[in-house]
Design a protein around this ligand. Structure first.
Ligand SMILES: Cc1ncc(COP(=O)(O)O)c(C=O)c1O
Length: 399
């Protein structure tokens, strides 16, 4: 396995983020006890790569202008989204259907606030992105965990019949993560349609969080829920963002896209009630990103991440007892330590104290995550190789 293709300064250059108020590096010691000086930050889902030039140019132009007042006229922003979704996902978005939130955790919270009430239940397919359950519970709603199953190839699969049997009538919403974090599944059209039918059968609002939609590896094809199941537009809410794609999560801009006029009126009313309005920097960054130069950068990024996941998986899967779930999308490797026979405390201690790697703990993703850690592969390949070598050392007694 070659660790290095020709050096690509955009992705191979190590950018020191320590001391920049960066959550991933500057909080790792507090959260995991892994010091940033010799540790590797592989938790929070942002990448250690600089955003592409058009985005940085947009920020520079704003900074040079020097007046940081309120944003107005989001026509170009909406047109850029429409262009991107059509080009990259074959989805024609009505610009009038787009609402702008402060990122997608905020978007999910706004959906909960709009279409559920305290005491209602919300369905998640677990293990799944941890912030969903966090905001659901914080909002006084209940989480219903419908467990994913494991397919023979080690990827996650749906079990709609079992989930049907779990429904009580108290559920008002289901949140799908598409592509899925963690585990990186890109759901097929048949699977998307089965979730759409599930939502209709149980009279649920379907929130489809597609934040990872641009980071899909060769062999898989992401289909937006709005394209796979146009017949459920009357209960469908699409969540998209440029934040994972272009590594601009700090801009805190997300899109809640609602086609149905009645749902749209309800969401607009909540937006107004919450006093939501856009962040000037974020709007300029996203508009600049969704352009041909941004698209070319994303193609190169995905090829680079594909290389990272190959290096990581080859090294990790060579350790007896460890299994890295084959990713079809995302830069978030989901590694099962169950085969080591160690308890959670022991394999976590080895990763943190011996390999000095900060990785997300599996249980925070809900049922099914107990024996897992999640590793962020959005960093220079040399550091991925370093992480692999540290893990091989920390579990060398299993070799
Ligand atoms: C599925 C999913 N949704 C939302 C987010 C976070 O979105 P935001 O930063 O826009 O709040 C993440 C971040 O990892 C994610 O994986």
């Amino acid at each position: 396995m070659t660790v290095h293709a020709p050096f690509d300064p955009r992705f191979d250059t190590r950018i020191d983020r320590r001391g920049t108020h960066c959550g991933k590096w500057d909080m790792m010691e507090q959260v995991y006890g892994v010091a940033p000086d010799d540790g590797l930050a592989m938790w929070v889902a942002d990448m250690d790569f600089a955003a592409p030039d058009p985005v940085r140019d947009a920020v520079r132009a704003l900074a040079d202008h020097g007046v940081f007042g309120y944003f107005g006229d989001d026509g170009a922003y909406r047109a850029a989204i429409r262009w991107w979704m059509d080009l990259r996902h074959g989805w024609q978005v009505d610009p009038a259907a787009i609402f702008t939130t402060h990122g997608l955790v905020n978007g999910v919270a706004m959906c909960l606030d709009t279409w559920t009430a305290p005491g209602d239940a919300v369905v998640l397919f677990t293990p799944v992105y941890h912030a969903f359950a966090r905001v659901i519970r914080a909002a006084g709603r209940a989480v219903v965990e419908c467990p994913l199953t494991t397919a023979p190839d080690g990827t996650y699969a749906m079990d709609i019949d079992a989930w049907d049997a779990q429904m009580t009538g108290r559920e008002k919403m289901v949140i799908l993560c598409s592509p899925h974090n963690p585990g990186g599944r890109v759901w097929t059209v048949a699977e998307l349609r089965s979730v759409a039918d599930f939502a209709r059968r149980h009279d649920l609002i379907l929130v489809s969080d597609e934040i990872h939609h641009d980071l899909v590896f060769p062999g898989a094809r992401h289909v937006p829920m709005a394209v796979a199941a146009p017949d459920i537009a009357d209960r469908l809410v699409m969540l998209t963002a440029a934040s994972k794609t272009f590594n601009i999560a700090g801009a805190h801009v997300g899109n809640v896209i609602v086609t149905d006029p009645a749902l749209r009126r309800q969401f607009a009313a909540r937006m107004a009630a919450m006093g939501m309005s856009p962040n000037t920097f974020g709007m300029h960054m996203v508009t600049a990103a969704y352009a041909p130069a941004g698209a070319a950068w994303v193609d190169d990024l995905v090829a680079y991440l594909d290389g990272n996941r190959r290096v990581f998986d080859a090294g990790v899967n060579a350790i007896p007892g460890l299994r890295s779930v084959p990713l079809q999308s995302t830069y978030l490797a989901w590694v099962d330590f169950g085969g080591t026979g160690m308890d959670r405390a022991e394999f976590t201690r080895r990763v943190e104290a011996e390999a000095r790697i900060a990785a997300n703990h599996g249980p925070s993703f809900g049922a099914g995550g107990d024996s897992f850690l999640r590793f962020n592969l959005g960093m220079p390949r040399a550091q991925i190789a370093e992480a692999v070598s540290r893990l091989q050392d920390a579990f060398s007694d299993l070799q």
